[in-house]
Structures are given as C-alpha cells and as structure tokens.
Write a protein of this length. Structure first.
Length: 1032
C-alpha cells in the first residue's frame, strides 16, 4: 500500500460557518503588543517545558514583580511606534538614506585634504604662545607664520666632501637656483617675484655659506700658486671671519671632521658622524680639505653635508595653496630636473611632509577594500551558519549580512560629507573614523540579526500551539493575510528594537558624549577626530534603526508571508496508513504528527546542536559565576591591572616623523640625515625680547646681558661664539665695552651702525620705533641726533649640541631649560622659540590627552548607564570598572610589547577607547534588563538568580559580539600587508582592544556580577541568594 501523501489546499471554500469562524485563529489586531523574550535555555524544546524559551508580554501591574525604569519604558514605546513606521515605509526609508549617502559621499570625494602639522599640540600649550610671538615679530599683519624650504646637499661620491672649490661652487649654484628660479605672484605689488625679491628678514640665512665659499676659493688659489695664505681670511668652524667680519657657519655645515691639531676647545665633544674615516685626494696639488705642508685653509678636514635654509614672510597675500605649490615646485625640480655630477639635493618642507603623509594614508585604501571583502565574506558565512542553526535560511539573508558591513560606511560617508558642507577641514586623521564606526556598527547589526532569528523562532513555535486552520479558515485567509502580515512584521521588528535598541543607544550615546568632552580638552587634530567620530556614530545609530531596520523588514516580509501561508494551508492525507488513529476530519492531529515527523527526521542535527550549545552556555555560566572561580578571576584581574600600571609608568614618547611616511618616501633619507647629523650638532634657540629697550639704560642692559650669559651657560651650549646678539657688535662699533653705560648710545649711532654694509644683517634681528610708527616720529619736533636709542623688540639666537639630542625627550629637557632661563627675566618680556617646540610639547601633553580621553569615556559611560539603568548602581559600577580596565590594559599591554606614544598612536587609541565601550555596554544592559524580564515571567517555585540573568545575557550577546569581534579583526588585519607604521600600530591597538573587550565582557564581568551580588547579600532583583516563590 502506498504511503500517505499530503496535499496542500489553499482557499478551498470562500464561505465558512459561524462555528468555523469561531474556531479560526483570528489575526492579531493592528495594535502591536510588545513582548519580551527569554533566551536562557534550549530553544528547541517546547515552550511549555520548564525553563524553555518563551514569549512573555511586558509585565503588567498584576503579574510583574519589577518594571524597567520610566526612561526604558519610554524608549520601548518609541521603538514600537518606530517599527510600525519602518514596516510601512521600508522602501522609502532605504531610498532616502541611499540618496543622502550618495550626495554626501560625493562631497567627501571632492573635498581636498588639509593637514596642520601643529594640530596635535594642545590648545593651551606654551609653544602655541611662543609661535604666536614669533609670527607677530616677523609679520605684524597677522598673515601667518613664515614658510620655506630646507635643502640638504650631499656629495654624489662617498669619498668626496665639500671642502673643495668645485663642491662649494656647486652648493652656491644650488643657492642661486632656489633664489631666482621659482617665482610667486605678489598680490600686493601685482608682479611676479622670485625668492630673492620677496624675502625680507631671512635673506641672509645662507650668506655664511656663500662667504665661506668665496674665501675658500681665494685661499685655495693662493695655495695652488704656492703663496702665503691671506691672514685676513680665517675659515674655521664654528666661527669664520673675512677682513675682520665674523660669521657663524654652524647652520650650514654638518658632518664635520676636524684636523687633529686644530680642533677648538669648545668642540671636543663633536666628532665626525661619518662612516668614512679618510678620503682620497681630489686634487693632486693640495691635501684633504685644502692643505699643503703645514698650511691649512680651515680647521676642518671634511664637510660631508651642506644645509641651505630658505624662509620668507607672507608679504604677498598668498593663499595656502599658492605657498604649497611653490614649496612643492622646489622639491619637484631637484627630484626630477636637476642634474649634477657632484652633489645630490634633497628637500624638506611642511608641504612635502603633508603630501607624503597623505600618500602614505592613501596607500592603505586598496588593502581596506581587501579587508572589507574579507569582512563581508566572514559576515555572510556567519549569518549563513546562524540562519541554518535557527532553521531560517534563505538567500535574502545574504542581503542582511552585506548591509551589516555597508551600513557603517554609509554612515561615515554621510557624516563626513555633512561636516565638510559645514566647513569642517578634511584632515587625514578622519581617515581612521570608519574603523570605529565599522566595529560598533557591525556589532549592532549582529545583535539585531541574532535577536530577529531568535524572536522569529519563538514566535513560530508559539503559532504552532494555536489551533490549526480548517478548510473554511483557509478560504478567508486571502482577505486577512495582508493586514496580518503587516501586523506580524511590525510586531517582530518592534521586539527586535525593544530588545537591542536601548543597548545600541547606550553605546552610541556614551561614545558621542565622550567625544564631545574630548573635543574641548585635546588639540585641534584630536578635536577634529572627536567631531568626526561623534557625527559618524550618531549617523550610524540613525542608519541602524532606519536603513538597516528597513532592510530587515523587507527580508523578514518573505518569512512572515511563508508562515501565514503555512498556517492557512490545509493538509489532507491520501490513502490509508496502518497507524492512523485520526479521521480525515481531525486535521489538527494529522498536521501535528506530520510536523513531528519532519522535526524528528530532517532536523535532528540542529536540535542536538541547539541543546549542546544551550547546555554549554549553562555550564560555563555556572562555572564562571561560582564563588571560587569568580574569586580566582578577580585575583588574576588585579594582577593584570598591576602589570598594566607598571607598563604605563614606563611608556615612552617617540615623535619620529619617519613613522608617518611610506617605505619608499624620499623624506625618510632626509629625516635620517637630519636626526643623525644635524640635530646632535646644532640646535638653535631664538630668544625674543618683546618690550621696548633703551640701549642707554645701564640697568636694562645689565639684565639683557645677564639673560644672554644664562642662555649660554645652559649645558650643551656652543657658547658666545654661536650667539647672535647685536648689542655686542654695537659696543664694538661705538667703542664702549659697557653697552652704552658710559655716555649712552643715541639713535644716530644706532642708525649709523645698521647702515654699514657688513652690519645690515642685524636689521632683520631688531624692530625700531621708526619702523613701527614712522608717521608719528615725523610729526615730532625732537632731534633724533640727541634721542636715546630705543629698540621696540629684537631677538637673540644661540646654538647647542650633544649626542643626547638625538632623543626627543632630551630635546624636550633642553627646551625646558631654555624656558626656565627666560622665566627668570619676566621684566624683559622674553620668550624662547624653537622650530620643534610645537612638537616637543607633545612629550608631556600626549599622556595627558590619553588619560583625559579615557577618563571622559569612563565618566560618560557611567553617566549614560546610570540614566538608563536607574537605581541598579551595581551594574553601572561594574560596567564602568570594566571600561576603565580595558583602557588601562590596552595602554599597559602596548607599553610592554615595545610600542611608543606618538600622534598616530593617539588617534588609534581614541578609536580603540571608543570601541571598548560597545561590548561591555551591551552585556551590562542585557544583564540589567534580564532582571525585569525574568522577574515578570518567574513561575511559582522557580528560582530567580544571577546565574539565570547571566545565562539570558550570554544567549543574547555572546554570539553577536564574537561574530563582530572576529569580522572586525579580520578586516583590520589586512592592513598588515601595508609596509607602513601607521597601519601596523593601528592593527596592534585594535586587535589588543578587541581581545580585551571579549575577555573582560565574558570572563571578568560575569565574575564581578557574581561577587558583587554575593558580597552585598542582595534580596531584590539582583539575586545571589536563591529565592523560591512558595506554591499555594
């Protein structure tokens, strides 16, 4: 006899009897009733089984033991209404979000990047005030700080050096090219000018090199002619002189090797930093460096490097783009067009640094696409396995997986586009914002997907317990299916948003508040990053509950439609079966038997897997919540904190610029020479005296001279020979050793001094009253011949050296010594400026920024949790403790593995701190909400304990968090393919933070919850004592 067959019959009869109508399960009303779900036990078991997954209505006053805080209930009601709106307008929401994203992304693509190399220095840093003083001195109109190019010349042959006339002539040719070849249109004079024409106070910076080259050529020719050297020419290091006029060559000559018998006493600490100890004779007539017999042109034997510096004030009303174009034109010329058989020319400028940093950042984009592909694949596979596990697989699930990865990028494009439309600068630091949004957004999407599948499974099993449809029921399905589909879909989406929405909102608000605080306490670049993060996280939250919820509604529509169709499907057995005990009219029994056969046959493995996972979670929760285990975890955690604290105490700051460049950047070589052969041999301090000075005032001059002597007494100083102090030359000019104390110096003498050709250089170092108020002086009827010499302001320069200066920390100590000196002369209104001071201040300020960012995040987390979790202070305290531990652990771990703090690390650290909130926030909120859900559904005789709350929390959060952590880690790991420091440090920080988040959330937090509840002997809803409801 053939096996019985089942035939599906839809809408067999358009009419039905009154009795059938009463038996028909009426479609749900249009009002969505929000239910809460428990996910503590085996989802495959019947809902009637004790401890099983079940649907429960939000507790009413008649049945509930506890209710959520009013704010949570208000959020729940908003999410319920929002779910209905999304279901009704899903396509419209998707189209609007897509359109806005497209427009904003176009704006992002069309916006050029603009970086500020001083942007990481905090707002209140002293170096910003010092920079402002320097800018005011050289450009009182406030047009900005001077610009320019740093040019480095090296011999093309390794055995060559610059103490040859041909080499010095080539250096002079390079100087002439830079001074005359590269024009800029002066908007004030309406003419095109080269550097020699538009420079003002800095035109003489390379004059020592030119004078040295001229004198060296004269002396060389003298030796070649076997004549006696000119005694009026002394070409020594650090001070040379021609015809009695001294000049300092320290800023131009580096890589010095001295003749043994001629090394000056002040240079005993300075030896060659060249790897070549000898050189072959480049000229058969003379020895190395220009010597013959006992005669030598210089006390130097070799000069391996010449440095030329070009600076100019912004006098031509040039835009930033014009200045950048001029600086890059110099660099491009010497890289692509300049030809020389004698020297190599390398350039360095702020614009070049910015260009190379941007190029390095753009080199990561292709690998980010690789990471995105890996992440999308990982997400698709995990969603596929999860859907199979819940018996809900269909191809539309891939859309959910893909959109989970796309949605964070959409949020970033929209947020950044809106910021750029508002005039916010597009800094390179904003390129790391997508990583934070991606990590948080994917976690939220996984949470929503997991909740959807679990809720769908429970609602399906609940519907199976309802009376089955008759043939007359199926007939009326067509008229009710549409409304029922809409209602069920709205109810299901509302349940998802009610369960996951508050946790997602807590995470988003915490990051937004922390970034808002950080934007006011950090530096301009940190502010820019915080604003970008704040906007992107806010938009991502909006897109999660709009765009992604709409996609989820569209995907879920087919599921709901299939369920309704199955409910209104009549299944009739054909033929006889020996074991049939039901008649054809008893359709309910037949359908249930058929479902049981399908359940026992084709779906045995998922059922076993579900039971295994459920029991595994239960065993793990009981293990981790056991007092002994929790105590051991607590002890290990304390040891970890101590280990991390020690690591933080030994954290070093390293500001090497080479970290920002790609491996093929030309600036790497320039930076290597600068750090190795320039910085240790000459560091210049510029002291500005900003108050008017009467050169005839003995007391005033004594204070000035004392200031200069104190600066020259700082350890590492080259002494008076490297100091440019115009008063000393003025004393010689007027024949007074006391600086004018005897008889004084009048304005006429000062004017005569500055008009001498050899003294015109000093004009750039001082500012006279006539230069500041020429018209006022012309109206005065006072003879300038008898007036005292008054200088409005001036500056002094002096040099320092030392191998210790290779380290940024030592340079910071030297800067602090300078500042301590000028602070003792407050009456002179003196300040000290150094080209690197704006970066050296980061040594002390970056650690401050780090702990301020961490503290801001921690306080915001506690505040937001307290707002949403009401009186549950234990959960709030544990959540805050976990966040703090993750931050401390991240910093300590990075220190122990050898990482150093720098601006790139700071940006990555802020991103990681933001991500550290996400998983602990989800876990803490679900643990908090589990108390109310379990309290509302606790049956008589059932225990309400911490273990049950943890079990429910793990069932809701564990799998989505692990999926998001794995996919995010795989995405950022692709950056290891880029040979770039910023890529490696970002991967290191993100992976460290993700690992610590997982360990803290799923090991430490459960242990702390167990210990804190047991320690306080709580009797309320957070139970460690088991409470049994007596059975009546």
């Amino acid at each position: 006899m053939p096996l019985p067959a089942l035939i599906s019959v839809d809408q067999l009869n358009p009419t039905q009897t009154k009795q059938q109508k009463q038996q028909q399960p009426s479609p749900p009303s249009s009002t969505v009733t929000v239910t809460t779900l428990s996910a503590t036990d085996d989802p495959s078991s019947s809902s009637s089984t004790t401890g099983s997954l079940s649907l429960r209505s939000v507790p009413s006053s008649a049945t509930a033991h506890k209710q959520p805080p009013p704010l949570i209930r208000f959020v729940h009601s908003l999410y319920t209404k929002w779910a209905c709106f999304i279901v009704k307008n899903a396509w419209a929401v998707i189209l609007v979000c897509t359109l806005v994203t497209t427009l904003c992304t176009v704006k992002v693509a069309l916006t050029p990047q603009k970086n500020d190399i001083t942007g990481y220095t905090p707002y209140g840093a002293r170096s910003r005030h010092e920079l402002a003083i320097q800018e005011h001195f050289f450009n009182a109109q406030g047009l900005g700080h001077p610009f320019g190019v740093f040019v480095l010349l090296l011999p093309r042959r390794a055995d060559d050096n610059f103490l040859r006339p041909q080499m010095l002539a080539e250096a002079a040719r390079v100087d002439e090219l830079v001074s005359t070849r590269f024009p800029l249109f002066n908007h004030r004079t309406n003419r095109t000018e080269n550097f020699a024409q538009f420079c003002r106070d800095f035109c003489q910076l390379n004059e020592p090199m030119r004078r040295f080259a001229e004198g060296f050529q004269l002396q060389w020719d003298t030796l070649v002619a076997n004549e006696t050297l000119n005694e009026a020419i002394h070409l020594n290091y650090p001070i040379s002189s021609i015809l009695g006029q001294k000049f300092n060559i320290q800023p131009n000559f580096f890589g010095i090797q001295f003749r043994t018998a001629a090394v000056p006493a002040t240079t005993t600490t300075t030896t060659t930093n060249s790897t070549t100890s000898s050189t072959s004779n480049t000229t058969t007539a003379l020895g190395s460096g220009g010597s013959r017999g006992g005669l030598s042109i210089s006390n130097m034997r070799r000069v391996e490097m010449v440095v030329l510096t070009y600076k100019a004030e912004r006098i031509g009303a040039w835009t930033d783009d014009e200045i950048k174009e001029w600086e890059m034109s110099v660099s491009h010329f010497f890289e692509q067009e300049f030809n020389s058989s004698l020297v190599r020319v390398m350039t360095f400028s702020t614009t070049y640094v910015e260009v190379e940093v941007v190029r390095a950042g753009l080199s990561m984009l292709p690998f980010l696409m690789v990471g995105f592909a890996i992440m999308a694949t990982c997400t698709s596979v995990s969603v596929l396995l999860s859907a199979v596990y819940w018996r809900q697989w269909h191809v539309q699930k891939l859309a959910l997986a893909l959109m989970a990865c796309v949605c964070p990028f959409m949020a970033c494009g929209t947020a950044l586009g809106l910021l750029f439309l508002a005039g916010v600068r597009f800094g390179s630091v904003l390129c790391v914002t997508p990583f934070l949004v991606l990590a948080i957004g994917v976690d939220d999407a996984y949470l929503m997907m997991h909740a959807w599948q679990r809720i769908t499974d429970q609602m399906r099993r609940k519907r199976k317990l309802m009376p089955s449809a008759t043939s007359a029921d199926a007939a009326s399905a067509g008229s009710a299916a549409g409304g029922e589909e809409q209602t069920l879909l709205s109810q299901r989406l509302a349940l998802v948003l009610v369960e996951t929405g508050p946790a997602v909102l807590i995470s988003a608000l915490t990051n937004i508040c922390a970034d808002a605080v950080g934007s006011f306490t950090g530096s301009p670049e940190i502010t820019l990053l915080c604003v970008g993060n704040m906007a992107a996280i806010a938009v991502d939250f909006i897109y999660q509950i709009t765009f992604y919820a709409a996609v989820m509604a569209l995907v879920g529509r087919d599921e709901v439609r299939a369920e309704i169709g199955e409910q209104y499907t009549l299944k009739i057995p054909v033929g006889n079966s020996p074991g049939d005990e039901e008649t054809a009219g008893s359709k309910t029994g037949t359908i249930e038997k058929a479902l049981q056969k399908r359940h026992k046959g084709g779906r045995a493995f998922p059922t076993v897997l579900k039971r295994f996972l459920s029991s595994s979670i239960d065993r793990y929760v009981r293990f981790i919540a056991h007092p002994i285990t929790a105590s051991l975890v607590f002890i290990v955690w304390l040891a970890f904190l101590a280990f991390s604290a020690i690591g933080i105490s030994r954290f070093e700051v390293n500001l090497s610029t080479k970290k920002m460049f790609s491996a093929d950047s030309p600036l790497l070589e320039v930076d290597s020479y600068r750090e190795g052969q320039i910085v240790p041999f000459f560091q210049m301090a510029t002291v500005f005296v900003n108050s008017a000075t009467n050169l005839s005032d003995p007391a005033r001059m004594a204070r000035l001279n004392a200031l200069v002597r104190d600066m020259e007494a700082v350890p590492g100083s080259w002494g008076a020979q490297s100091t440019n102090y115009f008063v000393r030359e003025l004393d010689k000019f007027v024949g007074e050793e006391s600086g004018g104390a005897m008889g004084g110096i009048d304005a006429d003498q000062l004017e005569q001094f500055l008009e001498w050709p050899e003294n015109r250089y000093w004009k750039s170092l001082i500012r006279l009253p006539a230069a500041a108020a020429e018209e006022d002086q012309q109206n005065q009827n006072v003879s300038s011949a008898n007036a005292n010499a008054v200088v409005n302001s001036f500056y002094i320069t002096t040099g320092y050296h030392g191998q210790r200066l290779r380290k940024w920390a030592e340079r910071t100590h030297l800067l602090m010594d300078w500042r301590s000196v000028v602070d003792r002369y407050a009456d002179l209104n003196a300040s000290v400026f150094h080209d690197e001071s704006i970066f050296l201040d980061l040594i002390d300020n970056m650690p401050t920024d780090a702990w301020q960012s961490g503290l801001a995040t921690l306080l915001c987390m506690c505040f937001i949790c307290a707002v949403f979790m009401g009186h549950d202070w234990r959960t709030v305290l544990m959540a805050g403790t976990t966040i703090g531990s993750i931050i401390v652990g991240t910093l300590g771990t990075l220190s122990w593995i050898g990482a150093t703090m720098d601006p790139i690390m700071m940006a990555a650290l802020i991103i990681s701190i933001g991500f550290s909130v996400d998983i602990p926030a989800h876990f803490s909120y679900h643990f908090h909400s589990a108390a109310y859900e379990l309290s509302s559904s606790t049956t008589r005789g059932a225990e309400l304990s911490v273990v049950r709350r943890l079990r429910a929390t793990f069932a809701s959060v564990c799998l989505p968090a692990l999926q998001a952590s794995l996919s995010t880690s795989l995405c950022v790991l692709s950056l290891l393919l880029v040979p770039l420091y910023m890529a490696r440090i970002f991967v290191l920080i993100m992976c460290t933070t993700i690992l610590l988040c997982v360990l803290h959330s799923f090991i430490l937090l459960p242990a702390l919850f167990s210990l804190i509840h047991c320690a306080t002997k709580c009797n309320g809803i957070g139970l460690c004592q088991r409470r049994t409801v007596p059975t009546k």
